[in-house]
Design a protein. Structure first.
Lengths: 400, 360
């Protein structure tokens, strides 16, 4: 009798069970990592939080005078609130904030996969995979970084785009932009979506609009409007990062040298990235007669983002996080491509290892080659989907 | 409004081009120019020689544009596909080895690359022309390319193949005097006076600046696997003769199936030769892969399912340039040489497989 009840429960509520188990596991993994203190915390975050606290914390804290800070108002406001929080220490609170967004991102991926496959098991597994992905766990629970915040908003944006609700989608994209400049890595996808009639031009106003909403706390605190809107210009100049062309990120500079032509390659890299984007966007936008499916959207999003971070100089270890999360959703939508998230996260995590554990087994150039392979694989998939079934690589290449 | 704008962007005009095509042309031209400007004054502190003559750099940059244009014309000839031709122009104009060769190193390689492309284009057009005038013209143009740079020799077997497999009547063997003359003059001018022209002066200065003789100067070929400094005289002499003989043997071998040599196969053959010849030829320098890189882009756009070939080839080619600029290679050159070998072997595999299809 009891056995039957257990079996019935397991059969009818298997998704709930799976969901619960994965959630507990994800929480436990993060709990284990709570004690890790990364250099970024001691060098940057700790002094910033101290400065915010000295200025009064909360809204008042935003008036603090920093020697250097490159975060936008929304996250500084979170840090400022953390600085005066009476419970727990700031490091733990920072981690908790990021972990909350880990779950938000996982929920977005779950709904996204469900939207595309209508398969609850796949959706819940995607949720678990995202929560247990090494780069996601490490980014928030070990490193106390906040990349998952903007990433989760981008995922929600993609979800609503697939639900054909472009206004809500662009609103989330705008919120993501208010948190991090790296959101723009995915902007080319939205331009293609516009070309395909999925988004309207006025929806793009959400990007500056949400940024302006995000700086309201700063304005209320009495900060200068110009200072508040110029944070990204300062970041784009990358004055803090000019000592290396790649900060442990597996891109082109890991092949040609991260310390050669520091000034020249930095400028040339931007133009190269723009040129590569132009070629890709042209190829994707010029062909009018294809249906932009959810799978294609994910592939394009990954490829375009990878292309940007592959050529842009001064990329950090964490800058492929958008690709990491999109690749997880992609693998559950298109199971044949299960190896894509494995390879992407492997190459991405190599940089994390060098930063956090100060060790690497293989040279970064190897991970760059893995990264290139994934880009090629995605390129072939997109080509096949847009231009019809292509022949297997090389077949009838000569006489075609 | 959105619909109006997107339709306008894709609407073809009189020339068969849509505004989005013009946008790409302008955008890629701006990107190409800006790439060159950002690298124009980059100092090569660890390299033996850098040509700082602005005129030479400027002339080479103009030829970069011409290479992009002729590349686009060739892609259009093969595919009749304007989008691919546009992409060819854009990709070739921002091709990193071309930018490095013109804006940084200032060695003028685009000039000979352009002339080789014109010659190959004429060679292909000439195959349909039974009186053989275009074939002779392509040989004359090819002679000029050989005069400017000996690396043009890599594609020589193609001319022999076209000559030997031609079906039209006529006596065009005399056309081969042009490449012979070009090669001979190159040897005389290169070794005789380095002040003959800006071009040869730069080549001479580069040779003098290299303080040691090596079987390979940072070029990722077979010598990087076995050691570029061992048995220089013996390996150098033997392999040079071997490769030169192979350049004659290859066309004779190709005669086994003379009917298969259409334009696509010639293009494929040019890529194959430009990868294999410098791979085994001794004394190649960092710039030896440029012709292969440019031709592979054209090939990749013609056979789009093989677009990974130019991606790999261009990367390998640029890594050789980067090794020269840095003074050493960031990745071991032997690794890159193995990657090059794998790509070269894959292309041979494609060639053999395709030959069997033709035979059937």
């Amino acid at each position: 009798m009891l056995d039957e009840k257990i079996r019935d429960f397991a059969r009818t509520k298997k998704h709930v069970l799976l969901f619960g188990l994965l959630t507990v596991l994800a929480l436990y993994v993060r709990y284990v990592m709570r004690g890790i203190v990364a250099d970024d915390y001691t060098i940057f975050f700790e002094p910033w939080i101290a400065t915010l606290r000295e200025a009064g914390g909360g809204l008042k804290g935003l008036n603090a005078e920093f020697e250097y800070v490159d975060y936008t108002t929304p996250y500084l406001f979170i840090l400022s609130c953390i600085s005066i929080c009476p419970v727990l220490n700031p490091l733990l609170l920072m981690k908790i904030v990021s972990i909350v967004f880990d779950f938000s991102a996982a929920a977005a991926v779950m709904l996204l996969v469900y939207q595309m496959t209508k398969d609850k098991t796949k959706a819940v597994l995607a949720y678990g995979c995202l929560l247990l992905a090494p780069t996601i766990v490490t980014n928030s629970a070990a490193w106390a970084q906040c990349d998952i915040i903007f990433t989760s908003f981008v995922l929600w944006s993609l979800y609503f785009m697939m639900k054909e609700k472009p206004a809500i989608s662009m609103m989330f994209y705008g919120i993501a932009f208010a948190f991090k400049l790296q959101t723009l890595f995915l902007l080319p996808l939205y331009v293609i979506l516009w070309m395909k009639g999925k988004v309207k031009m006025q929806h793009f106003l959400f990007i500056p609009g949400m940024y302006l909403v995000g700086i309201i706390p700063g304005l209320l605190a009495g900060q200068s409007f110009i200072d508040l809107i110029s944070v990204y210009f300062m970041q784009a100049q990358g004055k803090m990062d000019i000592y290396a062309l790649s900060h442990k990120f597996p891109n082109i500079y890991q092949l040609v040298g991260t310390d050669t032509f520091l000034i020249e390659y930095a400028d040339a890299g931007v133009w190269m990235a723009l040129a590569a984007l132009m070629v890709m966007m042209y190829s994707l936008a010029r062909k009018a007669s294809y249906e932009l499916s959810g799978k294609l959207m994910l592939e394009m999003g990954m490829l375009l983002t990878m292309c940007v971070v592959f050529f842009l100089p001064h990329m950090h270890e964490r800058y492929a996080i958008l690709v990491d999360v999109m690749s997880i959703a992609y693998a559950f939508v298109y199971v044949k491509k299960w190896y894509i998230p494995v390879l992407v996260i492997l190459s991405s995590f190599a940089g994390y290892s060098i930063y956090l554990a100060k060790t690497t087994i293989l040279p970064m150039g190897v991970y760059t080659l893995v990264f290139v392979y994934v880009m090629l694989d995605l390129g072939v998939s997109i080509y096949q989907e847009i231009w019809g079934k292509a022949k297997p690589a090389g077949q009838e290449a000569v006489h075609g | 409004m959105d619909k109006l704008l997107t339709t306008f962007l894709l609407k073809k005009g009189k020339l068969g081009l849509a505004p989005i095509d013009y946008l790409l042309l302008v955008g890629m031209t701006v990107a190409g120019v800006m790439l060159r400007l950002t690298m124009w004054n980059a100092p090569l502190e660890h390299a033996p020689y850098q040509n700082l003559d602005g005129t030479m750099k400027l002339i080479t940059a103009v030829f970069d544009v011409l290479v992009a244009v002729i590349g686009a014309a060739m892609v259009l000839y093969f595919t009749k596909h304007r989008i691919k031709a546009m992409l060819a122009y854009g990709i070739l104009f921002v091709l990193p080895p071309m930018v490095a060769g013109s804006a940084v190193w200032g060695m003028g390689d685009s000039i000979y690359v352009f002339i080789v492309l014109v010659s190959l284009y004429l060679l292909m057009l000439g195959r349909k022309n039974s009186n053989g005038k275009l074939f002779v013209l392509s040989l004359i143009v090819y002679g000029v390319a050989l005069l400017l740079n000996a690396y043009a020799l890599f594609v020589f077997p193609l001319y022999l193949i076209v000559y030997l497999t031609a079906e039209g009547k006529g006596n065009h063997i005399s056309g081969f005097l042009a490449p012979l003359l070009g090669m001979g003059l190159h040897q005389v001018l290169d070794k005789g006076s380095t002040s003959f022209s800006v071009f040869f002066a730069a080549e001479g200065a580069l040779s003098e600046a290299r303080y040691e003789t090596l079987l390979s100067y940072n070029y990722p070929n077979i010598y990087q696997i076995f050691g570029p400094a061992s048995y220089i005289h013996e390996y150098g002499s033997a392999m040079r003769v071997l490769v030169l003989v192979m350049l004659i043997v290859i066309p004779l071998f190709a005669l086994r199936r003379p009917y298969g040599w259409d334009d696509r196969r010639l293009l494929f053959g040019s890529v194959l030769l430009c990868i294999w010849v410098p791979y085994v030829m001794p004394f190649m320098d960092e710039r030896a892969g440029l012709l292969a890189a440019v031709l592979s882009v054209i090939y990749g756009l013609v056979c789009i399912e093989q677009f990974f070939v130019p991606i790999i080839q261009v990367t390998i080619c640029y890594l050789a340039y980067a090794a020269y600029f840095r003074g050493d290679s960031f990745l071991p050159l032997s690794y890159i040489a193995i990657a090059q070998l794998l790509l070269a072997m894959y292309l041979v595999f494609c060639y053999v497989r395709d030959s069997h299809k033709v035979m059937r």
